[in-house]
Design a binder for this molecule. Structure first.
Ligand SMILES: [Zn+2]
Length: 348
């Protein structure tokens, strides 16, 4: 089985964006805000939005399941206040739930969180619990910078985040460290802000004792880990200068990298420097880079083509990257939610 651990619903029907526009227009005028129920999208519209896109690509590329979350750039936690974020997040997560119900073999949910600049992360716990316990989701996307490029929150290793981490540990769900759109003109969203955040998160983890406090807490750093694998020597050296323990002790039981690197030399580098147990297959399709590489004739984000032919890793290691590691990092993968278990127990 090939599990793609990083996909977003970038092709959602247009009503979703229209609802969001209406919501944003009503900021400061709550009486005009649209209700969640006012968003109407039919099952057929959901099917149509996926059949020619994510599902088509799964079939063409030979991947099986995508761990699927709302469109990351649209989370835009900086817009409005906490109540804006709560409503938008619920709408987006509920739509992911419908996708997963329509295509239970193809998609499994990961949730957006109702973060908002300056608002304590524990306020996201009810939505995480709802998504995991009631909707059957298996992880969350945690935005280290809800300000959208101005970095106003404490580092991910600060106690500010601890109550939320306690809940992640209790529910046994990982978080993908994932920023959203950038409202800082210095940072292009997918080209700079995303990769900055990936690199920044790793540096924060490296210099803290977070994983001493939470030995089972797990994060995926997407987009191949930003600049980290390319500069692995720099980071090891900085850690050594700071008298930090080796990475194997410091964070490799807690921090994972995906394969959203859009050329083969990048994937080879990732596989050479990061232990195979810490690499999860992913493509982030459809979204960050949509085009076809004229050098290869294939989509840049068709990442299976980069991993598959590497012949200096064993079949067992390839299986870990495609499936085994993801099952380990997302232990709820393939398990039923408590509600589903209870429902089947009640029905005998
Ligand atoms: Zn993403």
């Amino acid at each position: 089985m090939i599990i793609d651990c990083h996909g977003h619903y970038t092709t959602a029907p247009a009503q979703l964006e229209a609802w969001r526009k209406q919501q944003i227009a009503a900021i400061g005028n709550p009486g005009k805000a649209p209700s969640r129920e006012s968003l109407t999208i039919s099952d057929d519209e959901i099917r149509a939005s996926l059949e020619g896109a994510q599902l088509k690509m799964q079939r063409e590329r030979g991947t099986d399941v995508t761990i699927f979350s709302p469109r990351a750039s649209a989370m835009a936690h900086h817009i409005g206040d906490e109540s804006t974020s709560v409503e938008w997040t619920r709408v987006c997560n509920d739509l992911i739930r419908r996708v997963c119900k329509l295509y239970p073999d193809n998609f499994i949910g990961v949730c957006q969180l109702p973060q908002s600049p300056g608002v304590r992360p524990e306020n996201c716990i009810p939505e995480l619990e709802r998504c995991v316990n009631e909707l059957g989701f298996i992880g969350c996307n945690l935005n280290p910078d809800p300000s959208g490029g101005h970095w106003k929150e404490p580092p991910l290793t600060d106690r500010w985040w601890y109550p939320f981490y306690e809940k992640m540990v209790e529910l046994d769900v990982p978080a993908m460290v994932h920023v959203s759109s950038s409202c800082n003109p210095c940072f292009h969203a997918t080209g700079a802000h995303y990769l900055n955040a990936d690199t920044t998160a790793f540096m924060q983890f490296m210099t803290s004792d977070l994983f001493k406090d939470f030995p089972t807490l797990r994060f995926i750093i997407p987009h191949g880990g930003g600049a980290v694998p390319y500069h692995w020597g720099r980071y090891r050296g900085i850690a050594q200068d700071m008298k930090r323990p080796p990475f194997s002790e410091l964070l490799l039981k807690n921090v994972y990298f995906d394969t959203c690197v859009y050329h083969r030399p990048g994937i080879e580098l990732l596989l050479k420097v990061v232990p195979v147990d810490n690499i999860l297959f992913a493509s982030e399709m459809v979204g960050a880079v949509k085009g076809i590489d004229p050098d290869t004739g294939h989509h840049y984000d068709d990442t299976r083509r980069y991993v598959e032919p590497i012949d200096w890793i064993s079949a067992g290691d390839r299986q870990k990257i495609f499936e085994g590691n993801t099952r380990r990092v997302f232990p709820r993968f393939g398990k039923r939610t408590p509600r589903e278990v209870n429902a089947s127990a009640r029905s005998g």
